[in-house]
Design a binder for this molecule. Structure first.
Ligand SMILES: NC(=O)N[C@H]1NC(=O)NC1=O
Ligand SMILES: [Zn+2]
Ligand SMILES: [Zn+2]
Length: 512
């Protein structure tokens, strides 16, 4: 009998464990299944993974159509003409946007999210919520104002850790080119191999102590590494010039006068930097020693000599591009009130004549793309009360208003929806190397903004602003047109009627 028990017991134990294992497994699944579903749904205010969007105004690479876009598992799988129509998959949900504009989400390639280290200035959570609320579906984060700056693969890792589960839109990263890594190609290669989309450098002091400026010598070194990776160099293009005339002018109005600040950074700073850069970009031409590298001029404000230099370099076949920002297109120096440091940025906002020429260059395609250079700080560093333009932090807070600001001011100059979409989506995607985004085309990510260009609103204290420091924004108090209704990131409805999806499901974009 005892012998029998000893023989059967292991078998019985095995059998019972088998049953218990499968029972637990099953009940675990039963619990897990709805949980998994819930997590997915938390990414989106919409519960379908396969659906259609229909509208009378869809901005596509072939023009504006009245039609429908089919979205499945985060991607655009068909685009057809005919409002309200569905293709073969007739049983899927259709969201009808009527005559609201359906456009590719904006890609803002110049955003300072300042995390880790200066989250009190701006952060992944607040910055990307603001982006989503403004129809911006991808941002590319700058390597400075965060601490430490993103200048090595180790510091990029800190960025990625800080961003985890906290980004509401997709986020790419620029690495920093500073003298230290410019002279050590293995650090740069480590940073590029870790996935930054390209590098950024300053040709004048950046205002951040661990982000020193580079000379043209460092820039050449950086470009020789970038050429191998076929990624761009983004340059803050101003070189400090000392001229007696400017110093005299500076003394006249005092630090609360906007003109005083304007005179401290004349267009000759931009011209000097761009002159040096175009001396190097000749080597980026096809067959040249730096073929594969590309130079991108950040936030051009001077629409005269600096722009001419860029146009000439382009016509010679150099690999060079240029952006400007909404604040240079919306404001002019003449209207900036004394002491209102919300308008302080570098390079400075210039006069109305310059602004007119800048718009002309944008509309004629000489300026490749737009970006915000969203660069907030703490209110106390903006010195709003003192109003000292010389001491205040330079940087405009605008990320959430990219679309309505560009549209409100641009339509007066004849800007079309197609141009708007090229400047804010297609061209930035190409420049940053994120080709799966930037247009409503089959195979692309379903990154979409739905908005009403005709709806006007006042940006006052009742308006839901998601930026960390709304009061710093130079756009507060303005009446704008172009209201964002809904924003999709990879098919997830991340923003609707002033509300965000419960979970932050943006993903980091890393270059391979
Ligand atoms: N460090 C930093 O963000 N600087 C930016 N601010 C600004 O106005 N121009 C810049 O380059
Ligand atoms: Zn800059
Ligand atoms: Zn910047």
């Amino acid at each position: 009998m005892e012998k029998f028990v000893w023989r059967v017991l292991p078998l019985l134990t095995f059998f019972v464990s088998f049953i218990v294992f499968f029972y637990l497994q099953d009940s675990y699944r039963a619990q897990l299944h709805p949980l998994v579903k819930l997590t997915q749904n938390k990414c989106s205010l919409l519960h379908h993974r396969h659906f259609w969007i229909t509208s009378k105004r869809i901005v596509t690479p072939q023009g504006i159509i009245s039609g429908s876009v089919e979205i499945k598992e985060g991607k655009i799988i068909s685009v057809i003409e005919g409002y309200g129509k569905q293709g073969n998959s007739k049983h899927e949900e259709v969201i009808d946007y009527g005559d609201a504009v359906v456009m590719p989400g904006l890609i803002d390639v110049h955003v300072h999210l300042d995390e880790p280290g200066r989250t009190a200035w701006e952060g992944f959570d607040t910055g990307t919520r603001a982006a989503a609320a403004g129809g911006v579906t991808t941002v590319v984060d700058m390597p400075l104002n965060n601490h430490p700056t993103t200048v090595s693969k180790e510091t990029l890792k800190l960025k990625l850790e800080a961003a985890e589960n906290r980004i509401y839109v997709d986020v790419g990263f620029w690495g920093g080119l500073i003298p230290e890594n410019a002279l050590n190609s293995s650090i740069l290669e480590g940073l590029l191999s870790a996935g930054v989309l390209g590098l950024k450098s300053f040709m004048c002091p950046s205002g951040i102590s661990d982000f020193p400026m580079t000379t043209i010598h460092h820039i050449k070194e950086g470009l020789s590494v970038l050429a191998k990776y076929r990624r761009p160099l983004y340059v803050h293009s101003e070189i400090q010039q000392h001229s007696k005339k400017h110093l005299e002018l500076t003394d006249k109005g005092g630090p609360r006068t906007y003109l005083t600040y304007l005179h401290t950074r004349p267009p000759s700073w931009e011209e000097a930097a761009i002159k040096e850069l175009v001396g190097v970009t000749k080597d980026t031409r096809i067959g040249g020693p730096l073929e594969g590298a590309h130079v991108h001029i950040a936030h051009l404000s001077d629409s005269s000599a600096s722009l001419d230099l860029i146009k000439e370099a382009k016509s010679r076949g150099d690999s060079i591009s240029v952006e400007t920002c909404p604040h240079y297109l919306a404001f002019s120096a003449e209207e900036i009130p004394n002491g209102d440091t919300r308008f302080k940025c570098s390079p400075p906002i210039r006069d109305a004549y310059n602004k007119g020429k800048l718009w002309k260059a944008v509309l004629e395609g000489h300026i490749d793309l737009l970006s915000s250079d969203h660069s907030p700080t703490l209110p106390q560093l903006k010195l709003l009360e003192e109003g000292d333009f010389l001491k205040a932090w330079g940087g405009i807070s605008s990320l959430q208003f990219d679309l309505p600001v560009t549209w409100s001011y641009g339509k007066k100059h004849g800007l079309t929806l197609e141009q708007l979409s090229l400047l804010w989506s297609k061209k930035p995607a190409t420049f940053a190397g994120i080709e799966s985004k930037g247009s409503i085309a089959v195979g692309n990510h379903a990154d979409i903004v739905v908005w009403k260009p005709e709806v006007e609103f006042e940006l006052n204290e009742h308006y839901p602003v998601f930026l960390k420091h709304p009061s710093l924004s130079a756009y507060m108090g303005r009446r704008l047109s172009g209201k964002v209704l809904e924003t999709f990131v990879r098919g997830n409805l991340v923003f609707k009627k002033g509300k965000h999806a419960p979970a932050a499901c943006g993903v980091p974009i890393l270059a391979k």
